[in-house]
Design a protein around this ligand. Structure first.
Ligand code: NDP
Length: 282
C-alpha cells in the first residue's frame, strides 16, 4: 500500500516560508511583492485557477494586481497591457492564465513578458536556460512542485529511471529537463509512443501529464514506484480525478500523489515562490 504524498500539507508549509520572505521584502523595500494576474475571457476552469492563485497571494502577503479582460480582447491590447506591466516597478511577476481565446496567439503573449518577471517560467529564455542547465531565473511552477513532491518522499532522484508521459511545454518537457538535472535517467513518452506500458513499468519515478482520466492503470506501474499524477480531469460521474487510476494504483506504487491535493496545490505554492524570489533577486 503506497504512502500518499500530501501536496496540500507540503504547499501550506512552503507558503508559510514564502510569507516570511515576502514580509522581509516589504520591510526592506516599503512595498509588497506584486503579482499581476491576467485573465482573458470567462473560461470556467481558468476562473477557478485564478481565484486560487489570488487567494494564495493573500495568504503569502503578496499583492495581486488583477486584470480581467473581455473574451473579445484583441492581441494588441493584451500586448500593450503586458508592456505596461513590464515597465511597472511595483510588479514583480506577471501571470497570464492559459488558455487564451482563439484570436490571441499565446506564444506571442508569453514571449512579450519580460524574462525577469516571468513567474510561470514559460518564456523561451527561462525554458531554454532550464534545458541548457544554465540556472534560469524562473522554472515552470508545476515541474518545480513535482521535484519538491518527489524530494518529500526521501527517495533520491539520482540514478533512478524517471518516465514522463506527456511532452507539453508547460509540464512534460520542463519536468524532463529538471529530472535530468537531478541525474535521473529520463524517458519521455507521448501519444505516438508504442507499447507505452513497457516504458511505464520500468519507471522508478513515473510522472503522468496526459490529460486523460485514469489512463495509467495499476498494471502499468512498477511496484514501489514514486507516482506523480499531474492530470486534472473529470471522471464519468463528473468528479475531479487524475491521469492515474488512483484507487488501484495505490496498492502497487510506493508513493503516490492524490488528485486533488497533490500537484495542484504545489503548482500554486511554486508560483508564489517564483514571484517572491524573483522580487528579491538583485
Ligand atoms: P497537453 O494536452 O498539452 O499535453 C498532453 C500530453 O500527453 C501530450 O504530450 C500528448 O502527446 C500526451 N498524450 C496524450 N494522449 C496520450 C496517450 N494516449 N499516450 C501517451 N501520451 C499521450 O497537456 P498539459 O501537459 O498541459 O497537461 C496535462 C494534464 O495535466 C492535464 O490534465 C492538465 O489539466 C493537467 N495540469 C495540471 C496542473 C496542475 O497544477 N495540477 C498544471 C498543468 C496541467 P502528444 O504530444 O503526442 O500529443
Amino acid at each position: 500500500m503506497a504512502e500518499i504524498i500530501d501536496g496540500k500539507a507540503l504547499a501550506a508549509k512552503i507558503k508559510r516560508e514564502i510569507k516570511a520572505k515576502a514580509e522581509a521584502f516589504e520591510f526592506k523595500h516599503g512595498r509588497k511583492v506584486g503579482l499581476a494576474v491576467v485573465k482573458v475571457g470567462d473560461d470556467q476552469a481558468s476562473a477557478v485557477y485564478v481565484r486560487n492563485k489570488i487567494k494564495a497571494c493573500d495568504e503569502c502577503g503578496v499583492r495581486s494586481i488583477e486584470h480581467f479582460l473581455k473574451h473579445d480582447t484583441q492581441e494588441r491590447e493584451l500586448l500593450e497591457l503586458i508592456d505596461s506591466l513590464n515597465a511597472d516597478e511595483t510588479v514583480d511577476g506577471i501571470l497570464v492564465q492559459l488558455p487564451l481565446p482563439k484570436q490571441i496567439d499565446s506564444k506571442s503573449v508569453l514571449s512579450r513578458i519580460s524574462p525577469d518577471k516571468d513567474a510561470d517560467g514559460f518564456h523561451a529564455v527561462n525554458a531554454g536556460k532550464l534545458f541548457l542547465g544554465d540556472n534560469p531565473r524562473f522554472v515552470a511552477c508545476t515541474p518545480r512542485g513535482i521535484i519538491e513532491l518527489i524530494k518529500s518522499t526521501g527517495v533520491c532522484i539520482a540514478g533512478k529511471h524517471a518516465v514522463v508521459v506527456g511532452r507539453s511545454n508547460i509540464v512534460g518537457k520542463p519536468i524532463s529537463s529538471l529530472l535530468l538535472s537531478y541525474d535521473a535517467t529520463v524517458t519521455v513518452c507521448h501519444s505516438k509512443t508504442k507499447a507505452l506500458a513497457d516504458f511505464t513499468r520500468q519507471a522508478d519515478i513515473l510522472v503522468a501529464a496526459i490529460g486523460k482520466a485514469k489512463f495509467i492503470t495499476a498494471d502499468m506501474i512498477k511496484p514501489g514506484a514514486v507516482v506523480i499524477d499531474v492530470g486534472m480531469n473529470r471522471d464519468e460521474a463528473g468528479k475531479l480525478c487524475g491521469d492515474v487510476d488512483f484507487d488501484k494504483a495505490k496498492d502497487v506504487a510506493g508513493y503516490i500523489t492524490p488528485v486533488p491535493g497533490g500537484v495542484g496545490p504545489m503548482t500554486i505554492a511554486m508560483l508564489l515562490s517564483n514571484t517572491v524570489d524573483g522580487a528579491a533577486h538583485e
